[in-house]
Design a binder for this molecule. Sequence first.
Ligand SMILES: NC(=O)c1ccc[n+]([C@@H]2O[C@H](COP(=O)([O-])OP(=O)(O)OC[C@H]3O[C@@H](n4cnc5c(N)ncnc54)[C@H](OP(=O)(O)O)[C@@H]3O)[C@@H](O)[C@H]2O)c1
Length: 333
Amino acid sequence: MERIRELFRLLSESFPPSPKFTETDVPDLSQKVLLVTGGSSGIGLELSRVLYHRGGRVIIAGRSEKSYNEAVSDIKANPPKGLNKFSKGSMEFLKIDLSDLTTIKPAAQDLLARVDRLDIAWYNAGVMIPPVGSKTKQGYELQWGTNVVAHFLLNRFLSPLQIKTAESAPTGTVRTIWVSSSAHHMGPKPYGINFDDINYEKTAQKPKPFLTYGQSKVGDVLLAYEYANIVSDKGIVSLSLNPGNLRSNLQRYIGNFVRAIISRLLLYPPRFGGLTELYAGFSPEPAATKGFAYVVPWGRIGILNKNVQTGLEKHDTAKKLWALLEKETDKYM
Ligand SMILES: NC(=O)c1ccc[n+]([C@@H]2O[C@H](COP(=O)([O-])OP(=O)(O)OC[C@H]3O[C@@H](n4cnc5c(N)ncnc54)[C@H](OP(=O)(O)O)[C@@H]3O)[C@@H](O)[C@H]2O)c1
């Protein structure tokens, strides 16, 4: 029975109803500072487009200034429908390479020197199914290191500023959003993280492509959950989300033929993923849960994979991951 329920949840996340929360529901963002990792392409670009055209100071973090400049031209030239009469914000580039932990501290210090508040951080950048064996500079499996470890470290630097921002900001408006995926249903058994061998170095058999991506997306859920435990009484809302299945550069490692078919049958324009991330950032609904929430397309409160939920509730997987990553990232602080 639970399997059938899971299947229905997956179908509902893959073929969602029309969005109820759209660009014009985003409040005026003047005076707000907003960080988007991976904001130069795909979903992050669509998110940044709306943030800028609603008047926010948007910090786009990425590894390529060229991609950032192209994104800025696109965003300025193409306001979202319905927002072209609003005041413009500003955009800034923050150089960071999430596949190299030594770049995180300089990037965070650069940001902290520029801003005196941080209203919302979307940890959105990510990589999916690169060639098996791809690693970060520090030797982490590439998806784990990029999607999970680097964002965890970045958050360690930014958390004090968000806590300070929350002291004077309206309740529920300071948020940290850890972008996950429906692929969190595909993490390793039993609870989504293979704690004995996270980087899959000990097994002779190569992991299936979506197993390690799924594990990284479980990691994002767990960090959102544990961070909510740590900071919800300090006024920060910590959420995770599945943005939906969108056409973007994320599918860059899938062969062209398969990519074309998947794109036609399953993927939506990236604007819709931006709407899921905007709902997580600005809708009062996910903040009302007073703790962790998992948001699904195109802006609804969803339900986590049952095994992942069991791991959280009965086996302290989030606490375990948090402690492990603190230990591993201490030397990059
Ligand atoms: N598209 C989907 O169907 C889908 C579904 C579920 C979840 N998601 C999640 O949504 C998020 C956004 O994905 P997307 O679809 O918008 O894909 P995308 O177009 O590939 O965007 C990903 C962004 O992450 C950046 N990035 C990757 N590695 C990086 C690194 N080492 N350092 C700094 N930035 C890095 C990329 O920059 P470069 O251009 O420099 O690589 C790019 O700007 C990801 O977390 C993804 O897992 C997407």
